[in-house]
Design a protein around this ligand. Structure first.
Ligand SMILES: NC(=O)c1ccc[n+]([C@@H]2O[C@H](COP(=O)([O-])OP(=O)(O)OC[C@H]3O[C@@H](n4cnc5c(N)ncnc54)[C@H](O)[C@@H]3O)[C@@H](O)[C@H]2O)c1
Length: 246
């Protein structure tokens, strides 16, 4: 366990899967958690308050700048600051580049890339003022290797890796670290977007021989959000059961 005592963390995608698990993990490690999601993340915040810590829920569509500014206002009035941003919200697909429509491509870029851009744009002024900050963006194995059925998803996650690297370099001198976690195939509701054949093939192709668990991603996000990783920035860490190394 890492120590996040007293840290204020904004977590997008906190209504489900990896984001929800990350919200619980952070609360158990002492952070005050802002659970943000386009669908109700009240449940996550309520469960955290019942079991293990402090949390509020703020509805957020990551593609809307006015909702980010409103989230920052509410977070600062409730908790006084933002120490950590985890951009975890994302969408997936199952298609090929010939059948992919322009609308689908634009939506993917809007949520998975613009959402991460707006999140960093929203929190960085507060982190600069404090003289410290941690940003963890969630990309994917698909940013690093070719995976069938994921053309715009792969492009969007590649953009998350390269944008994070650029921001990391620019803000390193201000004691702000920006890193990426690239999960392999993790058992969450997002897999419902895959065909069963895709999920079976992905599982068989994972050297660990199984799907990952959301907690295995949350633990890496927590490490990269903690002061134990202060000299680590601009990295994309693959948590993929060995897939990328075969
Ligand atoms: N599960 C996997 O195998 C896997 C693998 C690699 C990367 N990832 C990435 O991990 C992240 C979390 O995925 P997950 O598996 O937990 O999926 P999930 O579907 O369980 O959770 C995604 C969450 O993002 C939210 N969301 C979607 N669009 C949003 C928007 N516009 N604004 C705010 N919230 C929005 C959803 O409501 C949902 O709660 C995603 O970025 C995904 O691409 C997942």
């Amino acid at each position: 366990m890492v120590d996040l005592t007293g840290k204020v963390a904004v977590i997008t995608g906190a209504g489900s899967g990896i984001g929800k698990e990350t919200a619980f993990t952070f609360a158990k490690q002492g952070a005050k958690v802002v659970c943000a999601d386009i669908k109700a993340s009240d449940e996550t915040a309520e469960e955290i308050k019942q079991c293990c810590g402090q949390a509020i829920s703020i509805p957020l569509d990551v593609t809307k700048w006015d909702q980010w500014t409103s989230l920052m206002g509410k977070t600062e009035s409730e908790f006084g600051k933002v120490d950590i941003l985890c951009n975890i919200a994302g969408i997936s697909e199952a298609t090929n580049i010939i059948d992919l429509t322009e609308e689908e491509f634009d939506r993917m870029m809007n949520v998975n890339v613009k959402g991460v851009f707006l999140g960093m744009k929203a929190v960085l002024p507060c982190m600069l003022e404090k003289g410290a900050g941690k940003i963890v963006n969630v990309a994917s194995l698909a940013a690093h290797v070719g995976l069938a059925g994921l053309p715009s998803y792969s492009a969007s996650k590649g953009a998350v890796v390269s944008m994070s690297r650029q921001v990391a370099m620019e803000y390193a001198k201000y004691n702000i670290q920006v890193n990426v976690v690239s999960p392999g195939i993790i058992a969450t509701p997002i897999l419902a977007n895959n065909t069963p054949e895709m999920t079976k093939a992905f599982t068989n192709a994972t050297p660990a021989g199984r799907l990952g668990k959301p907690i295995e991603i949350a633990n890496m996000i927590a490490f990269l959000s903690s002061e134990d990783s202060n000299f680590t920035t601009g990295q994309a860490i693959l948590v993929d059961g060995g897939w990328s190394q075969q």
